[in-house]
Write a protein that binds this ligand. Structure first.
Ligand code: HEC
Length: 123
């Protein structure tokens, strides 16, 4: 009887450890399906290198207030900028944003366009 108990607890032990190790193998499944990880990284790097500071300086102050009111988001993080990439480009390209300010220099508008294209390449 003791032997059976010992064997079954051994079996439970192996069941548990095999579960947790296969859980590790499943990590790739955490990337939302349809997201190309290479393109995602490229867009993230582009945002960090070219837009994050610019948006923090030129957009976030207004957008925190405005977007808090509308319960949407500002563009100070990659995830939020990603969701609004096309809209941001359209707004700066038309000169509607920054609101009340001069139209951005073409160099800066180009960065929003490049970012939109990189986002569209992710999935
Ligand atoms: C002076 C404040 C102000 C600044 C600066 C500003 N925005 Fe806005 N933005 C607004 C307001 C207010 C709206 C809502 C629509 C409107 O009133 O024109 C808006 C709307 C938008 C929208 C349309 C989607 C939405 O949320 O309604 C986008 C995209 C946007 N802004 C992007 C930007 C970007 C990118 C910058 C920086 C280059 C920027 N804005 C700078 C105030 C601002």
């Amino acid at each position: 009887m003791k032997q059976i108990l010992f064997l079954s607890s051994l079996a439970v032990f192996f069941l548990l450890t095999s579960c947790s190790s296969s859980g590790g193998d499943d990590d790739d499944g955490m990337i939302p399906s349809g997201d190309d990880p290479v393109a995602l990284k490229a867009a993230q790097d582009y945002y960090d290198d070219n837009l994050k500071t610019f948006i923090a300086d030129n957009c976030v102050s207004c957008h925190e207030n405005y977007h808090n009111k509308s319960n949407a988001s500002n563009y100070g993080s990659f995830a939020r900028a990603r969701a609004a990439a096309t809209s941001m480009f359209n707004q700066v390209n038309s000169g509607s944003m920054p609101k009340g300010g001069a139209k951005l220099p073409q160099d800066d508008i180009d960065k929003f366009e490049e970012f939109r294209d990189l986002i569209n390449a992710i999935n």
